[in-house]
Design a protein around this ligand. Sequence first.
Ligand code: CO
Length: 292
Amino acid sequence: MEESDITKAGKIASEVKKFAREFIKKDMPLLEIAEKIEGKIVELGGKPGFPVSLSIDDVAAHYTPSYDDTATAKGLLKIDLGVHVKGCLADTAFSMDLENSEENKKLIKASEEALKNAIKISSKNISASKIGKAIQNTIESYGFSPIINLSGHSMDEYDLHSGLTIPNIEDTKNTILEKGLYAIEPFATTGNGKVYEGKPSEIYVLTDNKNIRSSIAREILKIIEEEYVTLPFCSRWLVKKLGTKALFGLRQLEENGNLHHFPQLIEVSHNKVSQAENTILIKNDEVIVTTE
Ligand SMILES: [Co+2]
């Protein structure tokens, strides 16, 4: 990975975040929001690192609009967006209160402050558990719970989750952060602090490029290999290219074992969730927040 591509992806993500914060309003179709955000990423010279996630209230993550989605923006909305430049990633998220709720605002403040405190102590050789502890302490100081089974992650070229996790609580794993690219993403909730796997999200990632007989499935496989490589994509993107027959092809690829289909992630007690996320580049004696 070239550092210039990493910082370029981060800069684009940061600009798109500002743009999104300004245009998103209550009752706007999620489909329109997703298209605008992904369009802006391309306009600024990047590519989406994954389908933009627009998760509302107790949906913590992995809601991207389908091609015919009719849902609209409301409640506590989390906007999670990714950019890549030649496979170098930026992953960032923020939350918006669209119903003028004091509790939403406090939840948003809690995850944002947790992110700030986590980044403040980040450096080469820090333990991931220490970062988790800073996140946990901050969120608990607001009277909320961190989501314990969602976590930050290391990133590599065309690899959004390259193996190392950064917990949102103190843990006993003894993971040490070396030089590299990481996403830190605290989630705060008024609920129990855990998510379960809900409905399919229509977000997929290629896990095996083994042969498949169906011609539409092969056509999709070729698009994935050329354009998305090993990064997540969604059915909406493929319907745009191939029409609704893409949905059949995706189902065939899933049944053939070529794809992993991500589930939506829902807070177990159906309480509201806020999220804040930035990408950091840990260098020998410096930490760069690429998405700020
Ligand atoms: Co992330």
